[in-house]
Design a protein around this ligand. Structure first.
Ligand SMILES: *Cc1c(COP(=O)(O)O)cnc(C)c1O
Length: 454
């Protein structure tokens, strides 16, 4: 058998197995069984002297690991705003694998370079952000926030005549960073990695919905970075951009918006929730959450395209590229064409399909909230977006119901602490989630509450 034949057979078998996995999604437990997890230890072998046939490797992977996966690509996974993968995006991802492009620049891949430019333009249109912004397709909102905040720092210092690239931070004018009291942990991580000490962050107080209170916004000046949020992880709420951003800009501050999932509200009928976000200087958002594209796909968006391009530049004598080549807008040098499944998702949805998907999740969240409320649950947030924050009669009951729901294998969602007490958090973000899935979730939670309260 020729090597080429063997390779074709193997990839066809992988596709076959992937399809069987899809077919099993509806029936498999949403979180794997204890037995399936225990069986993973079979894979824990010493690194062998001699390899084995690729088909054996594939079979072992599927037979042992598939049963231990979480069905986050299914319809009834309600944890962490994970989203599934849209068919067009999954199909495009297969092409990305076949092409195996190093999508750094035009020279590495004209196709990837062209398509990621188009994807960037569409993302800006979909989100209603300034069309001349730079869009870097990075691995995660975490990495993209790091890229945006390093552009912010470099720009603020440059305005003061400080050469950050040459002289670094030692002796530089001080930059103060203001974050919301409910800032996402990954924004803090990006700041920490960049050398902004956690003890020096200035915390802007939030209201009961987790939004910065404009009346309590700390004083800002032209050496400040203000980090705002579109979509608080518990409540799904938005900082009041219209009240905050013009004030910050008037003071000369740099405004960054973390919109990992919430920024997509701007593509929906609920766009008014994130009104004013377009006034910021930089934004991060994910494809792999609400847009339902595969991991790792996120976007660093910067109003001043040159600022991001300067901060992320990685040109070398042997690797020159345009300043807006992806390797000069992201942390990665060699990289997958991660904007490509994002392009495919947007191409297959269109403006109307995107709006409909986001609208549907927002409606489904309020549907489930209404049913739970009617059944005696406390819904702790206003459910403006796709997040529902729930508590039963007491902490013990809240915990018991969540564990029972997880153990049922029918659904999965995670815990949180809200205002000092346990709650659980339902996120609706999979394109596969139908109204029947939402009914099932509500029925299950209502039944469990009756069972547990006796
Ligand atoms: C998930 C999330 C992030 C981090 O995104 P990653 O892509 O996982 O790095 C940041 N902010 C918010 C609000 C999030 O929900």
């Amino acid at each position: 058998m020729s090597t080429r034949f063997v390779e074709r057979q193997l990839l066809a078998e992988a596709d076959q197995r992937a399809l069987s996995y899809f077919d099993s999604l509806a029936a498999r437990p949403v979180f794997p069984t204890r037995e399936a997890i225990a069986a993973l230890s079979i894979l824990d072998q010493p690194f062998a002297e001699h390899g084995e046939p690729a088909s054996t490797v594939l079979r072992r992977l599927d037979e042992i690991a598939s049963p231990a996966t979480v069905s986050s690509n299914g319809a009834r996974y309600f944890g962490f705003v994970i989203g599934a993968t849209l068919p067009a995006a999954a199909a495009a991802e297969r092409m990305v694998l076949a092409w195996d492009q190093c999508a750094s620049s035009f020279d590495n891949s004209p196709a990837a370079d062209a398509i990621e430019r188009i994807a960037g333009r569409w993302v800006l249109e979909a989100l209603g952000l300034p069309t001349s912004s730079a869009v870097g397709f990075g691995t995660s909102a975490t990495a993209c926030t790091l890229a945006c905040l390093s552009a912010a720092r470099r720009s603020l210092l440059e305005r003061k005549g400080w050469d950050f690239d040459g002289d670094g931070l030692i002796g530089s004018p001080e930059i103060r960073v203001v974050v919301s009291a409910s800032v996402h942990i990954t924004v803090k991580k990006a700041l920490r990695v960049l050398g902004f000490g956690m003890n020096r962050l200035i915390i802007a107080p939030v209201d009961e919905h987790g939004r910065i209170d404009p009346l309590q916004l700390p004083p800002l000046d032209d050496m400040c970075i203000l980090c705002l949020q579109a979509g608080e992880v518990n409540t799904g709420e938005f900082d009041p951009f219209c009240a905050l951003i013009p004030k910050a800009k008037a003071a000369g501050a740099w405004v960054h918006v973390d919109g990992a999932f919430g920024l997509w509200a701007r593509a929906s009928s609920s766009a008014q929730l994130a009104e004013g976000a377009e006034l910021a200087d930089s934004w991060t958002t994910d494809g792999h959450k609400w847009l339902n594209t595969p991991y790792d796909g996120a976007m660093a968006i910067c109003r001043d395209a040159n600022a991001l391009a300067a901060a992320m530049n990685s040109d070398a004598a042997y690797a020159q590229a345009s300043k807006d080549a992806q390797k000069n807008l992201t942390l990665e040098f060699s990289r997958r064409a991660r904007g490509l499944p994002i392009w495919a998702a947007l191409a297959s949805l269109g403006r109307a399909g995107l709006c409909q998907m986001i609208d549907q999740h927002i409606r489904q969240a309020s549907d489930v909230a209404e049913r739970l409320r009617a059944a005696g649950y406390q819904v702790l947030n206003r459910v403006v977006l796709n997040q529902v924050l729930v508590r039963a009669d007491n902490d013990q009951q809240t915990l018991a119901i969540r564990l029972a729901a997880q153990a049922s294998g029918q659904v999965w969602f995670g815990p949180t602490i809200w205002q000092g007490r346990p709650a659980f958090r339902l996120s609706i973000s999979s394109w596969r989630t139908t109204d029947a899935d939402i009914e099932l979730l509500a029925d299950l939670l209502i039944a469990l509450k009756q069972e547990i309260t006796g």
